[in-house]
Every structure is written in structure tokens, then in C-alpha cells.
Design a protein around this ligand. Structure first.
Ligand code: PLP
Length: 446
């Protein structure tokens, strides 16, 4: 196995080079328009991925500050994960979810070992959307109610079961909003639509309380409140203190299932194992995905035993849910996370990084630099006074950084937030170099 190159970022030929071009053309022929990467017109063709470095077929080396949709928490192709995959694939790669297996139980035990207190049962899945689907089905069958409260800027995936809960219309790709979903503004201090930022949490909770307690609010009986403890695709939005606890209290009072989606914000990303820990709030159900599979397709719902007991045996099945190779990779990723205490690394490196970026906020075009751990957003605006989102500037910066070999994500209601969420294992010098390129790209766009 090739180790992470120590030379990134390194551009040896303007992207796309001839080898990448060939792959892109073949892909377009079979997929149509297909994806795009880094603000360019083409996708990045990745030939190798190690740690925080992506190598294209022409030998360009990119630093991945986006961690492949914030999923490479333990880094790309972590040697322990690769070893676990090889070993498991040679023994038994797959049996259906109707079977038990050692890798399945070992992953589930490892996940429960790191789960918040009181969450002691697991249901497996293959993607984040899949886990959220399961959580929603469970909440509805448990309560006998259908309606759900979700929040502006929230993102839960693209399966038919949850796509209607996504706050952003572009993320619903013309699928109707879920008829049973109600949206409340997420307390987003920088952009709170109802007045002073300091009041955001109390006012958002007030709206939820009104929805639940006024018989004429227009809401029916609510099964679940579904929320990301820190919003990812919404723009790295951190709720004020008291908000999640307020939701917890309302759920307790009204017999509603509180679901935390920790698919992006969890697994060490924010400097805690789970983002909800920042406020000491434990949900009834927690969904996990992305990094938990160490690079393989794996997700889960973790929940309280009394809620998870509700379904009869055999209710929760899918062909690949018990895939042994995915589960072995997930177990290895959890072992790496625990052994290297990557959430502490995320906290330490993330705090230093935010400190080094703080000056950027002096620019009238940088509205806010915010984050927790290695989950950092830089919100771009046309000017300080209007705070009007500036997606064009975000896209230009992203492209300029890409051309110099650095990948960053884009998030936010109007795609105007640069998202820095590298692998939690990233070499600190590599991170410094890559962030240096990003900062120059930001300054160059001003
Ligand atoms: N939930 C959150 C918070 C996410 O960020 C995502 C993906 O970006 C999902 C759910 C959906 O996960 P997947 O793409 O694995 O279905």
C-alpha cells in the first residue's frame, strides 16, 4: 500500500490533465452531466487516496480539506481499516442481514461502547439517509403519530423517506416537502430572522412550544423532532446554549422522540465524540454514518432499549446491511478513533486553526469564522453591513484553491460558506500548508 505522499499540494499539470480527461469523458458518456468538484466544471478523478491526500491519474496531489463530504474522519485508506477489510474479505465478505456474524456483533458492541449514556441498542444501515429513514419509521411506529418537526438549513439525505425534511429546496430536487414535516427556523445567530441573535434559542424554542401546545397551531400530533446538533450542510451552524436542552425538555413533556442526526457532526468531528456532548444532551435516537464506516458504506441508529424493543424480530432487514467487510472496516475505524483519541486531536487542532483564521473576519467580505473542532465555516458576504450571502465569491475562492491543489467544501443556505472539515488524522504541517493556500485564495478574491 502506498503511504500518504509528503509533497501535497502539488500540481504538475493544470487540471484536468490528459489521463483525468479520458476518465471524465468516459464517465460523461455513461452518466450524463455527472458530478463536479472544487468549483470547476469537471469532477476530480481520484486514482489514490491516502490520509488527507488525493492523487489524480496525472500525478497531481490535492489536500482534502473536505474529507469527501466530511466522511474520511480517520483519513482515506487508513492502514488499520485496509488491513481489516483485507482480512474480512478473505474470510466471508457478505451474508444477508438474516444472519449473525462476529464482525457484525463486534461493530455493534464497539459502537455502543462509544455511544452516549443510555443509548444501548443498534439498528444497522448503509447510508446516512437509510439510518434517518429507520429512525423516522421507528419514531412513527412507536408513537402512532406521523408529523415531524425539522429545521431550516437541515439536511438528512436523499431517500424518499427523508428528502422532504431537508430545509433547502435544492436539496429536495423538486421532491415535495414531506406533507407531515413542519419547519422551524434553526437558531442561527449570524442570520436570525426574528430579531436579536441573543434571543435566537429562546425564540426558536418558543415556536416549537407554540406548535406543540397551541391546539390551533396547525400542527398535528408530532412523532419526532429531528435535528443536527451542529448543522453541517446548513453552513456549520452552532446552536446557542440551551437550545438542544430545550428540545429535550419539550420532547419529554409531549412524548415526542428526539432524534439527533450525528452523521456529519459526530464521530469526533466537533472535538467531542458526539456533538450533543457539547451541551450534555442525550437524544432518544441518534443516527450515525459517514466516518463510522472508515470509508465503507455503513450507518446505524443507536437508541434507548425501551424504544428499540418495539419492533418484532425480522422487521428491520436489508440485503447488505450485515455486510461483513463494511462492518469490519467500521470496527477498525472505531478502534482507531478510540486509540488515537481523534476527537481530542480535532478539538486541539481545530481551536488553533480557528485562532489563526480569526483575522479573516476583519475583512468586510468575511461575515463570520465559526466552528467546533475541525468543523469550521467561513461565511462570505458581499459586505458586513448587509450580510448578503456571496456564493459567487465562495465559488471563486474554492476554485482558486482547487487550482493550487486544495479542496474545500461549500455549505450554507445560499452556498456561501467555505467548509473546512479535513480528516481528523491530518498531518499538522499539511494542514498549515493547505490552509495557507486557502487564506491566500480568500485574500486574493477580496
Ligand atoms: N445527515 C447529515 C447531517 C448529512 O450531512 C448527510 C450527508 O451529507 C446525510 C444525513 C445523508 O447521508 P448519506 O449521504 O450517507 O445518505
Amino acid at each position: 500500500m502506498t503511504a500518504e505522499p509528503a509533497t501535497a499540494p502539488r500540481i504538475v499539470t493544470p487540471y484536468p490533465g490528459p489521463e483525468a480527461r479520458r476518465v471524465i469523458d468516459r464517465m460523461r458518456a455513461v452518466e450524463g452531466a455527472g458530478p463536479r468538484t472544487g468549483g470547476t466544471d469537471d469532477p476530480l478523478v481520484v486514482a489514490e487516496a491516502h490520509g488527507a491526500t488525493l492523487v489524480d491519474p496525472d500525478g497531481n496531489e490535492f489536500v482534502d480539506l473536505a474529507a469527501s463530504f466530511a466522511a474520511a474522519n480517520v483519513g482515506h485508506s487508513h492502514p488499520d481499516v485496509v488491513e481489516a477489510i483485507r482480512d474480512q474479505a478473505g474470510r466471508m465478505s457478505h451474508v444477508s442481514s438474516a444472519f449473525a456474524s462476529e464482525p457484525r456483533v463486534a461493530f455493534e458492541e464497539a459502537l455502543l461502547d462509544i455511544a452516549p449514556p443510555g443509548l444501548d441498542r443498534v439498528l444497522l444501515g448503509l447510508s446516512g439517509a437509510d439510518a434517518n429513514d429507520t429512525a423516522l419509521r421507528l419514531a412513527r411506529s412507536l408513537t402512532g403519530r406521523r408529523e415531524v418537526i425539522a429545521f431550516s438549513g437541515g439536511y438528512f439525505g436523499r431517500s424518499s423517506g427523508v428528502i422532504g425534511l431537508n430545509g433547502k429546496s435544492a436539496h429536495r430536487v423538486r421532491v415535495a416537502r414531506d406533507a407531515d414535516a413542519h419547519f422551524v427556523p434553526f437558531p442561527y445567530p449570524y442570520r436570525w430572522p426574528l430579531g436579536r441573535a441573543e434571543d435566537a434559542s429562546e425564540q426558536a424554542l418558543g415556536l416549537v412550544r407554540h406548535a406543540l401546545e397551541d391546539p390551533a397551531s396547525g400542527f398535528g400530533p408530532v412523532a419526532a423532532i429531528v435535528v443536527e446538533p451542529v448543522q453541517g450542510n446548513g453552513g456549520i451552524v452552532i446552536p446557542p446554549d440551551g437550545f438542544l436542552q430545550g428540545l429535550r425538555d419539550l420532547c419529554d413533556r409531549h412524548g415526542i422522540v428526539l432524534v439527533f442526526d450525528e452523521i456529519q457532526a459526530g464521530f469526533g468531528r466537533t472535538g467531542r465524540l458526539w456533538a450533543g456532548e457539547h451541551w450534555g444532551v442525550v437524544p432518544d435516537l441518534m443516527t450515525v454514518g459517514k466516518g463510522i464506516g472508515g470509508g465503507m458504506a455503513l450507518s446505524a441508529v443507536v437508541g434507548r432499549r425501551d424504544l428499540m424493543r418495539h419492533w418484532p424480530p425480522g422487521t428491520h432487514t436489508s440485503t447488505f446491511m450485515g455486510n461483513a467487510v463494511n462492518l469490519a472496516a467500521g470496527r477498525a475505524a472505531i478502534d482507531v478513533m478510540r486509540r488515537d483519541r481523534l476527537w481530542e486531536r480535532s478539538e486541539r487542532i481545530g481551536a488553533a486553526l480557528r485562532q489563526s483564521l480569526a483575522d479573516l473576519a476583519d475583512s468586510p467580505q468575511v461575515g463570520e469564522v465559526r466552528g467546533l473542532g475541525l468543523f469550521i465555516g467561513i461565511e462570505l458576504v458581499t459586505d458586513d453591513a448587509s450580510r448578503a450571502p456571496d456564493p459567487a465569491r465562495a465559488s471563486a475562492i474554492r476554485r482558486a484553491a482547487f487550482e493550487r491543489g486544495v479542496l474545500v467544501g461549500i455549505a450554507g443556505h445560499a452556498d456561501n460558506v467555505l467548509k473546512i472539515c479535513p480528516p481528523l488524522t491530518i498531518d499538522e504541517r499539511l494542514l498549515d500548508t493547505a490552509v495557507g493556500v486557502l487564506v491566500e485564495s480568500i485574500k486574493g478574491a477580496s
